[in-house]
Design a protein around this ligand. Sequence first.
Ligand code: FES
Length: 285
Amino acid sequence: MNRNFRLRPAPGLDEEVTAGGKKLIDRRDFVRHSFNSAAGVITTACLGSIGFASLLMGSASGDGGDNAVRYWVPKGQEDTVWFGALHLESMTKSSFVAQAAKSDTGMAGAQGVWSGLPVNVIHIPNSSNQGTPIAEGKPRTQFMEGYDSTGKYIGWGGEVNEDATLAPLAMHDDLIIIFSRCPHLCCIPGWQLVANDFTSDSWLPGGVDSGGNKLFCICHSSRFDPTVVEKNSNRNRNTGTQFDFIGIKRTGGPAPVGMPLIPFEMNGDTIEAKSDFADWYTYCD
Ligand code: FES
């Protein structure tokens, strides 16, 4: 069941990945955020605030280049995943729409990288299913109430439509971007990279653990529902700083909470992420 989906390294340790003459990431950057699935050892080297800031600074030009979210093809899956030929190409909405049209649920997802950070981008057919009865096989974004690992109520995902400070996270374009470090031990969950009931192309409403189309963390089998947006709370492992975030719901496994969203905007057909909530993405640093 467990295929090799170790993230594909760049050709050389110090070799930079560039676009438009600007550095995106190098292997050293990405390895800090990746893990060795073969050994089951997680690479948890600390970036620290300076390291993290430097990654984000690389995305701040706003020229449609370095803000782009790019496909990241897991090693050995070039012929398996639908984006296998698109490694480090900019993600486009039209590619997700085309892939979603081939699925039973109208959903499609892909592993990606933005400014050195691992992400998953998921197409959810909100516009197609809007106004139809909520039912099995008809995915849509659901705003739900979030509870932390102790059962304490944190907040409601619908705050993105009520709190002006969260406005960058308002749903649009039938897409969401998820910062993909597992809140358990910081592995990188993927979209349909392993085949099981949690990752099948099916959907049930209500944010239940069954029903398919979950992001699945191969390390210890945590599951996350990308169609459920909630408010929750996490803490930075190094500093202990607690913070609230808007993210997707953890539905099962040892992860204590879900994973945060990343706001984005469209530049034509190109998906570009924004760094409004950078402090949400540091819990593994
Ligand atoms: S690191 Fe994801 S389940 Fe343990």
